[in-house]
Design a protein around this ligand. Structure first.
Ligand code: NAP
Length: 253
């Protein structure tokens, strides 16, 4: 099984990489600089995986296209790398700041996902987007980040609708709130004592890799709220096409 994980050098991506590492799997691990992947690559190899490391700046579309070519045909793409955006009100956020955030959080996943679908031809591919509670809520600060995650989820919905028949299965999975460099830099999390463990989302992604959660393709899931046992049970029961999607909320009465 050939798996690519962006942003695997630290934080959630690193835990996903070590959790998915197993004999018979070839992991393509990405970070800005390939050298920063040395430790996670060695841990993944000790767990029996074959590993290739890649360096690419995801705000640079040409570098992302070259990364997609280097990944080639994949069984699973995990769009994990992301930036936290700017902690400002929407009206204080400059177009340049929004562009910066969208480049990494939306356009890079779009390029990588498009390439993965194209390489898969009609053989199918699984894709995981690291979503967020911010995809489905409003915010006061960090509007650029919230916008990027909502747009990523809508992109996932469009890909699910158009790609199902050719075997594309895309999953929008939010990690809860995990203690990482990203959350440490966000004042919104100052003083927080309750965190989600990164292994919770990594275990859900492992279940995606094996196909156990295929019935939940197109849905939004959230580690820390949705347990793996609940997701497995829900996948076995099946879900409707309107469940856990980005939709307009009804009037209250
Ligand atoms: P993190 O600790 O800040 O790690 C970010 C990863 O992304 C690193 O591997 C970093 O690589 C890579 N990356 C960042 N900017 C990049 C760029 N411009 N080009 C290439 N690679 C870049 O983040 P995290 O908290 O683990 O978050 C991982 C994902 O989960 C993100 O998509 C985030 O939005 C999402 N998420 C996280 C939380 C949370 O509670 N932590 C909550 C909701 C959603 P380098 O080491 O090379 O910089």
């Amino acid at each position: 099984m050939k798996i690519a994980i962006t942003g695997a050098s630290r934080g959630i991506g690193r835990t996903i990489a070590t959790t998915l590492a197993a004999p018979g799997r070839h992991l393509h691990l990405h970070a800005r600089r390939a050298e920063s992947l040395a430790e996670v690559a060695s841990e993944a190899q000790q767990r029996g995986a074959e590993v290739t490391v890649h360096g690419a700046e995801l705000s640079d579309k040409e570098q992302v296209r070259r990364l997609a070519e280097a990944f080639g045909r994949l069984d699973l793409l995990v769009n994990n790398a992301g930036v936290g955006g700017h902690e400002k009100y929407a009206w204080e956020t400059s177009p340049e700041e929004l562009e910066e955030t969208l480049a990494v959080n939306l356009l890079a996943p779009l390029i990588l996902t498009s390439a993965a679908i194209s390489y898969a031809e009609d053989q199918g591919v699984r894709i995981v987007d690291l979503s967020s509670g911010s995809a489905v809520t409003d915010t006061e600060k960090s509007a650029d980040y919230w916008i990027s995650k909502t747009a990523l989820m809508r992109l996932g919905g469009c890909i699910d609708k158009a790609g199902r028949e050719r075997g594309v299965k895309i999953f929008e999975i939010a990690p809860g709130v995990v203690a990482t460099d990203m959350t440490a830099a966000m004042r919104a999390h100052d003083g927080r004592t309750e965190w989600t463990s990164a292994t919770e989302i990594a275990d859900i992604i492992e279940a995606v890799a094996t196909g156990e959660l295929d019935a939940l393709a197109g849905c939004h899931m959230r580690a820390g709220t949705d347990t793996l046992a609940e997701l497995r049970a829900r996948a076995a029961r099946g879900v409707g096409s309107e469940e856990r999607r980005l939709r307009l909320t009804p009037w209250a009465d």
